[in-house]
Design a binder for this molecule. Sequence first.
Ligand code: ADP
Length: 523
Amino acid sequence: MSWSHVERLENLHDQLTILLGGAIRLLCGEAGVFVVSKEAFDPQSSAEYTLYQIDEERLERFLAWAQRGRQPNSVEPLVCRSMPHDLVTQPGLMEGETEQQEIELCSLFLHDPTGPLGMLYYVRLAGMRSCFECGTDGTVHMFVAQLAVGLRFALKAQSLEKEQARLAAIFQYSAEGILTVDAALRIIDFNPAMERLTGWPESEVLGCSYFKVLRPKDRYGNDLRQEDSPILQAFAGQVVLNKEMVISTRDGQCIDVCVTASCVRSVKGEPMNGILNVRDITLQRQQEEQRSMFISVISHELQTPIAIIKGYASTLARPDAKLDAKALRKRLLAIEEEADRLNKLVGNLLYASRIQAGGLSMEVAPLDLVPLIRGVTRRLIAKSPDVAVELDIPANLPLVMADRDRIEEVLQNLLDNAVKYSPHQRALTITCRATGEEVIVSVSDKGMGISLRDQERIFDRFQRVGGAPTQAMPGAGLGLYICRVIVEAHGGHIWVESTLHQGSTFSFSLPREEKAQLPMVMF
Ligand code: ADP
């Protein structure tokens, strides 16, 4: 039976009550309570006592009285004494009889070879005697032994049922994938986390070889051999803990996982079942890759300007350096340019880390994009006179709701990229158009272009695409990420349309002033 289909077989608590009621009736009793002894009490099983025909409200007083008097023991297991009526009488139980007759409380000490099991307190009409008390001394002892075995069994069953329910809950709600197999490596359990991870429903994999379902590979993509199967290794007594591998989903995707395998053995020590815990580490892998990409991009980006600054500074500092004013100025300008590059890099890094920490504040107000675009364009042409910028802006462009400085940053980044990645064709176009809801700004170049596959990831952090020509340009892959976050924080979108070797158009949209509905969460 699979863990997913654990059902309560029967209500074991009722079984205990039935067993107890039968015993009390055999002892000529009418009502009673079985109190589990401290030694036998198992927190896994149910309550410390089981009632038969006594209501909860009277229980405390009843027990207080019962436990005060002389108690039986293993030598004299049954002790009876008379009892006040009001402690037991209740509607429908001993009601009529008790007015005429005495009632007595019997205490039966229940124990078995394992030790004491508990005490059965029951009430009956005085003078009643069960057949077990009428015989020789040994008869009561035999009855006690039989009842104790039955009760211990019922308590154990209760405990097992609870344990099974607890394990089933762990199995069902575990965030980690869990599968179990039989000795022939056929799947017998496949939890919901495993279903989510692999896309296989449990019903389709039960009975199948787990190796065939998961098709595991090593970290480098080579198929694992059957003898390297983690569960077989666990069967062979090896420790398989946090072993990294790649498994395949139902639709053929590969997922990086970390598995731990263990084995359940028979009393003879033979493997009966294997258990595989599977943790998805895709995110961890991506983070590792991002970290190493970050380190390589940043160290490259720091090294280049530092080397240039150092080279020029050393030349200038040489005592024998004889440079005319023009050569001197050229070197100083180069140092300044590289210092600017460093400054921009550090600025972008700080910006990105602030975004990550959720600390990007914005001052949103109605904004006319036209003067902003003209200002940024003017500065660009002053800096790069060989660049031609064409503006295509309709008259009466509606205002947008935006933070001026942040949008200037977006525009600046897009224009810088357009210039940077168009080394031969220095003509750019900035286009604006309004739709019913938004204003869309586009920056087009006739540069390197970006392949369709790469277009998907350029708005993520540290993504530099396009191979060697891109690597030759300064940059840390942060500009477009920052643009995306700023535009999205305004409730807009940013996207690219591009053809490799022909050019790119980057566009972003901002809500029109009168339509603006900023997102609830702002960076
Ligand atoms: P950076 O320019 O600092 O590398 P960005 O985040 O601004 O970082 O850009 C990410 C990547 O997108 C760039 O490395 C480049 O490969 C590509 N890219 C951006 N803009 C353009 C463009 N106009 N033309 C071609 N490729 C571009």
